[in-house]
Design a protein around this ligand. Structure first.
Ligand SMILES: Nc1ncnc2c1ncn2[C@@H]1O[C@H](COP(=O)(O)OP(=O)(O)OP(=O)(O)O)[C@@H](O)[C@H]1O
Ligand SMILES: [Mg+2]
Length: 259
């Protein structure tokens, strides 16, 4: 009999506090490989904090976090480094190093590995640029010279540089107009189809959620109040969930009346 596959993320009993302020209480969240999890919650509900704990940038006050079956904050720095090379992250703010060109931003995580010669590095950077539908000459631009949509693409290319098995996206479409947002969602979906990585994504945007997520977790009252398929979560009777999905529920309501 085959052993059950190891989930990509396992958080158990996670509690978080900053000083006296409690952000999360006793959160359990397991994300299997291949899932695209949309994490939703009000502003300040602790979504970014949860992502930071998930990838080991922040230690929770209590509880355990495992990535790919290993403790994410492993005492052995070599194991910790190996685990950290298996995910890519797109941060909510300040996605790029402003003093580095697009090329050097994407090359940054590759250079850290110290195992590519200049020609290979160049090929890899150009490949990542192409993956996010940018041209080689865009590599010369500085972050200040990019449009909002291009910044997101370059940040995505950098997050994908090490061919991660897990992509963590904090509000990937925030600040993009609806067209650019839809294009970016399509790009992530295409790459996910081709490369098969697992995604955890925070978003406030229903269209982004509808376009990508295979499952949804809702954070409110310091806990995960709903977790399941988008359809299951839509039906959960909680004030945050009802309010968040109001547009969807209202759109569905006339059909229900008609039946
Ligand atoms: N390093 C920190 N020190 C102290 N408090 C913090 C720290 N990081 C976050 N917080 C607090 O924790 C709470 C949750 O913050 P977090 O950034 O996780 O929320 P969020 O759900 O991502 O919000 P948003 O939707 O606005 O991005 C907030 O009240 C915030 O002020
Ligand atoms: Mg946030």
């Amino acid at each position: 009999m085959n052993a059950a596959p190891v989930p990509v993320i396992e958080m158990h009993g996670v509690s978080s506090r900053f000083g006296e302020t409690v952000i999360h209480r006793d959160i359990d969240l397991v994300v299997p490989a291949g899932e695209i999890l949309g994490l939703v919650g009000g502003s300040g509900s602790g979504k970014t904090t949860l992502l930071r704990e998930m990838v080991g940038l922040l230690a929770p006050s209590a509880g355990s976090v495992r990535l790919f079956g290993q403790p994410v904050r492993h005492p052995d720095p070599l194991v910790q480094r190996a685990v950290r090379q298996r995910f890519g992250m797109l941060f909510q703010h300040g996605a790029l190093f402003s003093a580095l060109s697009v090329y050097d931003n994407i090359a940054f995580p590759l250079r850290e590995l110290r195992c590519f010669d200049t020609a290979t590095l160049r090929d890899l950077v150009l490949l990542k640029l192409a993956m996010v539908e940018l041209e080689p000459q865009h590599g010369r631009l500085m972050p200040a010279e990019l449009s909002g949509g291009m910044v997101k693409r370059v940040a995505l290319a950098r997050a994908l540089a090490l061919e991660p098995e897990l992509l963590v996206l904090d509000e990937p479409t925030a600040g993009l107009d609806p067209d650019r947002s839809a294009t970016f969602v399509r790009l992530i979906r295409t790459l996910q189809n081709e490369l098969g990585f697992t995604v955890v994504m925070v978003t406030h945007d229903l269209d982004t959620l509808a376009g990508l997520a295979t499952s949804v977790a809702a954070l409110a009252d310091q806990r995960i109040v709903a977790h399941g398929t988008p359809d299951e979560v839509l039906r959960v009777d909680h004030p945050f969930v009802r309010n968040f999905f109001r547009r969807e529920l209202e759109a569905a309501a006339p059909q229900r009346k008609g039946h």
